[in-house]
Design a binder for this molecule. Structure first.
Ligand code: HEM
Length: 218
């Protein structure tokens, strides 16, 4: 039996950021439900506790985002390469990957993307993560920070269109992030085994062949 080859795909700062961020975002979603529907949802002791937890989780997400940004922009310096889709990705790669997720996965084919440290995301992941990390997470954090501290930034809040518009923007951005989370977790389980992609996000190392189909004949 040949020894299994492994590749180091997820450096420690990225893994710390990812799980802190996931914990923060899940806490934000759960507390938000009680804040939005206080008369129907009573998961936390009271409304004030839900707000306190929501604000603390928001700070965790903002802090971990800063860690992610510093790591990619100043330490590994490959943010552009890892996160920005190439011309080929946009022309052919996204379609190829969508065909896999929507059709060929169910026919038992292997994932067409083979990750390497410099090209660890498939074209759909690149496009989705680009929108999430450069648009959604910064905007949801910024609108959240504004909402926790309205008076010093009153002029900015008025410029946006007032408090109601700010709340609506924050709510819609958060709903998109929540929708991403469900899709992201589902797609993360489509490796050779349900944990084949999730384990490397914990240990850093991915086993070669993690992208093979779970029901591939051996
Ligand atoms: C329980 C929740 C989560 C699970 C199980 C999970 C799982 C994973 C896995 C397996 C990867 C490895 C790469 C891949 O195959 O896509 C990954 C990467 C990633 N996840 Fe998540 N994730 C979760 C929550 C989140 C949340 C809440 C966000 C953002 C709002 C997020 C954003 C990302 C990004 C941007 C990457 C790429 C990281 C990098 O290598 O630079 N994830 N996630």
């Amino acid at each position: 039996m040949s020894p299994k080859t492994r590749i180091y795909l997820q450096p420690t700062p990225v893994r710390i950021w990812h799980w802190l961020n996931a914990l923060g975002i899940i806490t934000l979603c759960v507390t938000a439900v009680q804040i939005r529907f206080p008369e129907h949802v009573h998961m936390f002791a009271n409304y004030k506790t839900a707000i306190l937890l929501h604000n603390a989780a928001g700070l965790v997400v903002t802090f971990s985002f800063t860690l992610w940004f510093i790591y990619y922009a100043l330490v590994s310096r490959n943010m552009f390469k890892v996160y920005v889709p190439s011309k080929d990705d946009l022309q052919y790669g996204i379609l190829r990957q969508a065909k896999f997720y929507l059709l060929t996965y169910f026919l038992g084919w292997a994932n067409p993307h083979h990750p390497t440290p410099e090209n660890k995301f498939n074209p759909m992941q690149k496009s989705a993560y680009l929108a999430i990390m450069f648009l959604l997470v910064p905007l949801v954090s910024l609108t959240g920070l504004l909402l926790t501290n309205v008076s010093p930034m009153r002029d900015l809040v008025l410029l946006i269109g007032g408090l109601k518009i700010l709340i609506a923007i924050h709510f819609l951005l958060a709903c998109s992030l929540c929708a991403f989370l469900f899709t992201h977790v589902y797609l993360a389980t489509l490796g050779k085994t349900p944990m084949a992609y999730i384990k490397p996000m914990w240990t850093g190392w991915e086993e070669e062949g993690a992208e093979e189909h779970p029901h591939k004949a051996s």
